[in-house]
Design a protein around this ligand. Sequence first.
Ligand code: C6P
Length: 420
Amino acid sequence: MTFTQERTIADQVRADFPLLHQQVNGKPLIYLDNAATSQKPQVVIEALEDYYQQYNSNVHRGAHTLSGKATDAYEAARDKVAKFVNASSRQEIVFTRNATEAINLVAYSWGMNNLKPGDEIILSVMEHHSNIVPWQIVAQKTGAVLKFVELTPKQTFDFPQFQTLLSDKTKLVSVVHVSNTLGCINPVAEICTLAHEYGAKVLIDACQSAPHLPIDVQQIGCDWLVASGHKMCAPTGIGFLYGKEKVLLSMPPFLGGGEMIAEVFLDHSTYGELPHKFEAGTPAIAEAIALGAAVDYLNSIGMDKIHAYEAELTAYLFQQLDKIPQIKIYGPYPNSQGEGRAALAAFTAGEVHANDLATLLDQEGIAIRSGHHCTQPLHRHLGIPATARVSLSFYNTREEIDIFIHALKDTLDFFHSILG
Ligand code: C6P
């Protein structure tokens, strides 16, 4: 494995992430839990600080200078997100708390009002709970029926089976772009084209793709796309819903209150223009502004470059994991360039439980995630209770992977010595 750049992206950016430079349990921190949440660069932390130190004020309300400044910064963040995903207009970006809230917004506003008994919703077995549970609630209320796309033998989205599920009854397809467990990259543009032939709407969960790949909602052709800021270098408490303008216009509000109205009378109200119709109450102002700073930061590196570097790391990670006989990785394998899947690996290690692995690796300062990663149905489908998951970001290095692999081998040796 040869790295194409002399100074890798990680070499160039690590100094930007204060949290990475610390010891955990007496060892230098190796943070490999980026799919759960990413670390934040100094510019994002400063965007939060600047807001609270210089212009903390409510948005869209005050005539005073600080409120104007806060409103401008908040709306500028919307412009940045719109451009980041190539939306056709800024009205198509609704700020939410996270991807989960964005999916619930669509489920309650569109799903509850457009689905009737016998209508079908197609999901896949690899969905995160946040793209299953809201649709179960909608199905229970409306009488709609859930159908699930299963996996190919390579543990990817079974497109031919998806084709067999589609019919005139299909009203919605809601699928993940990149699986947080299998790491597969689903053919979302093809999924949209086909679903639209049946008149169905499509929601794409881009939680694990937006931080790692260039996203173009117009090229994908989806009706909605959701993501969480905290996985893409922004703070927690902010995410977004992209929706085609025509689709968002057809949807009633999700939450009612201040911010989202045009006029309020005692017996009825009229609603604000897009996107404000969907942003009830005081929003997460500082967090939205910091999301804008995160988008600027990612753009300053370049999403293409981030993807290419993470692919190199993925190839290296898989080469190294593959040398450990007990390890079984789930999801598709990358090609020799590391392409064809995301920069994460969820795996089992024989008899050793994932939680035990994660606990012992933590003693070495290495942060990985263990458990079901909020994909219980997928784990059930695979016939396993849990996996250990290492998930990479552009600030990770090959040296960190070496240390992780070394510690993983030592941990497995230890368990084998006691388990016999
Ligand atoms: N996955 C993980 O460790 P929220 O909680 O709304 O920010 O993100 C939910 C979510 C939705 N879809 C996918 C594909 C996701 O990966 C996640 C979050 C984290 O894998 C936390 S469970």
